[in-house]
Design a protein around this ligand. Structure first.
Ligand code: HAM
Length: 424
């Protein structure tokens, strides 16, 4: 046995699992196209300063940081948002708004490894830059909804909050930004007692305590409760109004399951407005999350530019599909192997394989020169659907034998009809 293993928290993805990953990424890319997002491919390694500027303590402490040979302090990206915000202040600064960018790839965080939590994991990331309108927040929720729907995930639900509500309450009571960040970090970890301890003002502590207890599936009722609680907090009421505008748009344009939790916070520090995460009932970990961050681009030296975005955890979505048993059925394209019986028909057999590939069928060719029996055994082992057997006699009649490896039936069909037979 080799002494070499993967680095802790990093995985090899193989066979069905690798296939499911690719499938999910393909669906994310299709969703990007469907909503008019363009793909941006950015480096895995970025300046440490960029990645740590506004991400918050939680992420800062978990980055893979190193010095390159030129002495630069760099890190492996823990997410995409900082890189995309960098683009918005440099190469894409003068692009017409909104900028709508999609990225996918691996990101790195020194998290404690467990099921659904890795140190290298995949995200599909969407950023919508330049609009402060509720329809922009709506678009991000709708695309997440569409993405999970196309994957046939069942029972997923959105948890929705608004950082503007919490920060407005803390601001009005004069709590400085650093303490606010510390409070939000604890709230993100549901350490509410610890969070409340950081607040001196009795009134503010009480308001936040009440906010923590508000939670509801009927969003209109929940927003009414928040408004009643925040009656003295003008800015918090504005934030609630903004949340109401987004939820009105979202719920009137699609069927969606959501809970409003106004005291819900997220690990990243740059959020300023609506935030959300999405879950399935079988897993306690979020499949994705995002929100509005209206001050990040300005903090990176750009013009003040509103923005909203989200990232989906591909590794967790794959676990969700496996849990719900939809992973296999989601990708049911047929797989075929073409087997020439003799040397003489090899060229023609290759041509047939090529023509099937041209028509979009996943087609393998017998590459080991095995006899038919062995080649079929191998096709069985690798779970292929059809073997197409090319013999001299059949070729003369422009036909081939097609063997359904699952049903164990075989028939002779005209070469021109092979595609129809496979696809049906
Ligand atoms: P995030 O919530 O930190 O947001 O990550 C998004 C998703 O990545 C999570 O919901 C989860 O599914 C997945 N994820 C996070 N950590 C791990 C891990 N250790 N192992 C496996 N999966 C994980 C962001 O990254 C923001 N940049 C999203 C965003 C974009 N906000 C605005 N624009």
């Amino acid at each position: 046995m080799s002494a070499f293993q993967t680095v802790r928290g990093m995985r090899d993805l193989l066979n069905e699992e690798a296939k499911t990953f690719t499938h999910v990424i393909t669906k994310a890319r299709e969703t990007a196209l469907l909503f008019g997002f363009k793909e941006a491919i950015t480096p895995h390694v970025e300046p440490l300063e960029l990645l740590s500027a506004k991400s918050g303590e939680e992420i800062r402490q978990r980055m893979f940081i190193f010095k390159d040979l030129g002495g630069r302090q760099v890190a492996l990206r823990p997410e995409f948002t900082a890189s995309i915000a960098r683009l918005a202040t440099t190469n894409l600064k003068t692009e017409p708004k909104p900028l709508k960018l999609f990225s996918t790839g691996t990101v790195y965080r020194y998290d404690e490894p467990q099921r659904g939590r890795y140190r290298e994991f995949w995200q599909s990331n969407f950023e919508l830059i330049g609009s402060n309108k509720p329809e922009a927040d709506t678009e991000i929720i709708l695309l997440t909804n569409k993405f999970l729907q196309t994957l046939h995930l069942q029972g997923y639900a959105f948890k929705i909050g608004h950082i503007g509500i919490i920060r407005s309450i803390l601001n009005q009571d004069g709590i400085d930004e650093k303490t606010q960040n510390a409070i939000l970090q604890r709230m993100d970890k549901k350490e509410y007692e610890e969070a409340l301890k950081l607040i001196n003002s009795e009134k503010c502590r009480h308001t936040l305590q009440c906010l923590i207890n508000i939670k509801g599936k009927n969003w209109q009722d929940t927003l009414t409760q928040i408004n009643a609680l925040a009656s003295d907090y003008e800015k918090a009421k504005e934030a609630t109004k903004n949340l109401s505008e987004v939820l009105t748009l979202v719920t009137s344009s699609t069927e969606i399951s959501l809970t409003v939790e106004p005291a819900f916070a997220r690990g990243l520090e740059y959020y300023t407005g609506l935030i959300f995460e999405v879950y399935i009932p079988q897993l306690e970990i979020a499949l994705g999350g995002g929100g509005r961050y209206d001050r990040l681009i300005e903090a990176f030296g750009g013009e003040p530019t509103p923005a909203v975005g989200c990232a989906h955890g591909i590794d967790r979505i794959v676990i969700a599909l496996q849990t719900q048993n939809t992973a296999a059925t989601a990708i049911d394209e047929k797989k075929v192997v073409v087997i020439p019986i003799t040397e003489a028909v090899k060229t023609e057999a290759l041509k047939i394989a090529q023509s099937l590939r041209d028509q979009g069928v996943s087609t393998e060719f017998e590459l080991m020169g095995r006899k038919m029996g062995k080649a079929l055994e191998d096709a069985d082992k690798r779970n292929l659907d059809y073997a197409i057997i090319i013999g001299e006699r059949e070729l003369e009649e422009n036909t081939a034998v097609i063997k359904d490896l699952k049903k164990r039936e075989q028939t002779t069909v005209a070469i021109a009809n092979l595609i129809e037979k496979i696809k049906n």
